[in-house]
Design a binder for this molecule. Sequence first.
Ligand SMILES: [Zn+2]
Ligand SMILES: [Zn+2]
Length: 181
Amino acid sequence: MSTPISIPVPSSTSSLVSLFWEKEAFREIQELGFLSYYKDFKLLLCSACSCSIFLFINTFKSHLLQDLKLVPLDLQKTIITQALDIFKSLEVSSYKESLELLTSFTLYSPLLVFKELDLLDLYQCKFPNCSTLTSSKTIIKRHINKEHKESIITPLYVVVKGHSLEANRFFFEIQSEFLNP
Ligand SMILES: [Zn+2]
Ligand SMILES: [Zn+2]
């Protein structure tokens, strides 16, 4: 079973829109309810740590060992074996590739908040053809001073809502007007 978490799209555009599905890959294992897999973005998220999990199986295993450290050892071993089998069947990509998939998705459909990740205030450069997005006001100001010194536009940057796939890297914007529909 999968749960659609995108808003319904008008039928006229639906052929363009790849729906935003959360595949409940790990839901059969009650103890792994904190993991969500998003097939469209080849993205595996952990709500226990508010983070995304990278593509290597060893990284995934050590991540699980941390998250399941309070589970009795026998059970922990069984769960991890099952989880690794599921992981092998999933397509999980690099942060860079997931970010590209997320960004191209927004061309056709609004991207909603990911319940697993922290919601951040991000600073987005407003210069045409520049997609710089950062969580730091200092960094966006430095970027503008360095890259767009000669240009004058207002505003120079805007604050948007978004997430990051890695601590302080791989930022993406979500459509905050859909936060509280
Ligand atoms: Zn975790
Ligand atoms: Zn810029």
